[in-house]
Design a protein around this ligand. Structure first.
Ligand code: FE2
Length: 323
């Protein structure tokens, strides 16, 4: 069975193709808005403009045609309404005009499933870290429960917001991480509540320090503090669940300093650590194709009238949406 997956929840339009667990292609086109942040209308315009070329490139790399595709999977949420709608409309158009089966996929579920697949892990404790999300997840009977999460902004948004406050040319986590290299530690607020995280006080405090410390030291300290908070809640969840595998996934999982801190923690606690290649921690269509094929085996195709964007689609709502 060949599945074509479409990702469009935020800055990235990506189309990937999968056949029986093997990724055939994964074409990724990310909108670069410089320092202005994610403006929904501009993201939607970008996705609409590149949709056709990303699709044809993805089919070409996979060595297939749309006729051979059996299932169209699309990222259904959570995400920003305008860009999300472009992907959902594209998926419905392809399904209707080519008479294909269609299925909506929860975006975090896709990150988790492709990472489990890449790392060959079953039912690990999952740390999912992206722009809008920071969650500790555990699978129970095929569904994911949230053990702990951010109570305000996602860790990726914390980095993007601070990068904008520092007026970095490219306001995102990767640029902040590069700036942070070799920085010195400045004390910033550290807020953990049980297995939950709070980042907005840390952001405000770091912003107040901008005139007093170097950008490098503040970038370093903001990242060290937020990663240490994340490690603390993850270690608490490991002890609570007695899990012996930890998987980190989502955009922020690409950060090498975070990976290093989690690896040290896992070694001390005798836990196996897993992280997928960067390509699958970025927003990408291949993970939507892969997760879509898994969901199709369990639930069958989705009626076209149910194929609508769900901007606040939490992973722990999958049972309610799919059953
Ligand atoms: Fe993502």
């Amino acid at each position: 069975m060949i599945t074509l997956g479409i990702e469009s929840t935020a800055h990235t339009l990506s189309i990937g193709i999968e056949e029986n667990g093997k990724i055939l292609s994964n074409v990724i086109d990310m909108y670069n808005g410089g320092n202005e942040g994610l403006i929904p209308r501009k993201l939607a315009d970008h996705h609409a403009a590149v949709f056709a070329s990303v699709l044809s490139k993805s089919l070409e790399i996979a060595g297939t045609t749309i006729k051979d595709v059996d299932l169209i999977a699309f990222s259904q949420g959570p995400g920003i309404g305008s860009p999300l709608s472009v992907g959902v409309s594209g998926a419905k158009f392809l399904a209707l005009i080519h008479d294909k089966k269609i299925i909506g996929v929860n975006h975090p579920y896709a990150h988790v499933k492709i990472s489990e697949h890449c790392c060959n892990m079953e039912q690990p404790l999952v740390l999912y870290l992206s722009g809008g999300n920071s969650q500790l997840l555990i699978e129970e009977n095929g569904y994911y429960d949230v053990l702990g999460e951010t109570l305000d902004i996602g860790i990726g948004n914390l980095f993007d917001n601070f990068a904008r406050s520092l007026k970095l040319e490219h306001a995102h986590g990767a640029a902040l991480a590069k700036l942070a290299e070799g920085g010195e530690y400045v004390e910033l607020p550290y807020t953990v509540k049980g297995m939950n995280l709070v980042f907005s006080g840390l952001l405000t405090s770091a912003e107040k320090h901008i005139s007093k410390h170097s950008k490098k030291d503040l970038a370093f300290s903001l990242m060290e503090t937020s990663f240490a908070m994340t490690c603390e809640v993850t270690e608490r969840a490991l002890f609570l669940t007695k899990k012996k595998n930890l998987l980190v996934c989502g955009g922020v999982a690409q950060n090498r300093r975070l990976q290093e801190m989690l690896k040290i923690m896992c070694k001390e606690d005798d836990v196996i650590f897993g992280v997928a290649p960067d390509e699958y921690n970025r927003d990408n269509g291949a993970m939507i194709a892969y997760a879509g094929s898994l969901l199709y085996k369990k639930y069958g195709a989705m009626p076209i009238e149910n194929c609508i964007p769900i901007t606040n689609y939490r992973i722990d709502r999958m049972k309610e949406i799919l059953d």
